[in-house]
Design a binder for this molecule. Sequence first.
Ligand SMILES: [Ca+2]
Length: 573
Amino acid sequence: MKPHSSLQVRAKRLCSKCAPVILVLQKTPVSQIVVHEARVIGTTGLSAVVKWSVATVAGLGAFDTVTGATTLTQIAPSRGSSTVPATVGEVLSFIVQVTGAPSTAGSWQVLGTLPAGLKHQNATNSNTDSITGVPTQSGTFPITVKAWENRNFRGGSKSKTFTITVAGGEPPPTVTSQPTSSQVNANGTVTLNVGTTGTSPAFQWYVGNSGDTSNPVAGATGASFTTPALTATTSYWVKATTAAGSVNSAAAVITVIDPPEISIQPGSVTINSGGTISLTVAATGTSPAYQWYQGDAGDESNPVSGATGASLMTPALTATTSYWVKVSTAAGSVNSSAAVVTVIAPPEIATQPGSATIDSGGTATLTVAAAGASPTFQWYQGDTGDDSNPIVNATGASFTTPALDVTTNYWVRVSNSSGSVDSDTVVVTVTVPQTDPFVAWQAGNFSAAQLADTLISGATANPDGDSLTNEEEYVFGTSPLIPQMPVAPSITFGDGEVSISFTARPATGPGYSGLQRHYALESCATSDLASDTWVVVPDFTDIIGTGQVVTLKASMAEPSTYYRMKVRLSPGS
Ligand SMILES: [Ca+2]
């Protein structure tokens, strides 16, 4: 009876605050007490009134002395389990009871993080405590419930771990539309947008890589965010947070691009015809692209195929040509000024030097007219192309020959940096004045009045009546106005020989300049003097008259021998 009596006493103590009470006494050392009670749960703003039942297992022992005999047990909603099922948006009343000796906790403590919407009721001097409310956050939340012997978490304690599993409700947010990377001109701004799932998400934008929260952007707390004016490439990302959790967007890279500027214009240049030249532009800006054009700056009608670099190599040019280049970046484009490639034209001969005819001893001035830039000249003696006889200092468009006494050929080469051209051969013909020496003889032997009368001074006249015409007088060197014989030979005979002497007159005086008088003797052995059987007398074929006496000796023999004298005037000194 003692055990029974003892149990009964303890049961009464356990339920002293409860009514009504049903006692079931058993033989075991444990009494089970079933309690029915109606209570309004909590002081929170719950609209629901929970009617609950408690099955209490009252153990023996004390918190401080018989810890093992004291247990914490879930009463509701899942009796006896260490797992507390809950659902987002639905009321949860998690009740835990301490049983054992003693079976009343002076204070209760909950360690761990409760899902949003739940609250620890924090009972005192109670064998039960509760966590109530409507969870708004799904997930798994391990907690530890601790029952203290005394208030204010003092004395002995007993703890047990429970896991609140909140099902359903809204899942953590997700990003449905990432902020997009883009380019912006320097000092430009970009508006970034993010799309997410979830109810009433809160946003915070950050500078940096996704997940790096060290650089939040103050005030950037919306789904849309406009960057400040950017001067450098910058990454942004956003964290979206709802009651169900948070999510990080990807980072959007805002690339700052600079517009092109030309720092060095392509320069104009002069080249020789047929040459090429490299033109170069220097430009700043982000990743500039180039396109060269032929023509004036801004005229895009003649792009140079393939000329897409900072430099352009022109084709071989034979005419002055302009080029320019358009420099582009994603931020815009700029046109260079035009570079004029001036092509020096090779020389051309517009007017050939003309041939000339001059008197012996004269000069001729030869002139060439040339086209082309900065021509230079070199005259040569000889035929065109033969440059073996350049004339010193003959380097102008005109050239005056030295005094010439023979016909001479010349030509000129016209040159500039682009080439040269040779003139035709120019012939300077030298003529010798044809002064008739007989005329000079006439002038020296007749007066003006006589010269005016050809019957006196004419070539065939014979004014002195000596049978010699004036022309014959000239040849023989006799006076035209005084009867004279051309030869006054002295003929002597002796010792069977005949000796013939005559004076060989020199050619002196007017009309004989540059001439010599030549004498010759011929013989004929027949009296038929017209038979033209004259033969030269040896050693008397060509005697130049110098005033000397010429003597011919011949033997006297039959038949008779005839002699004659021939006189001629010929050039000579
Ligand atoms: Ca005469």
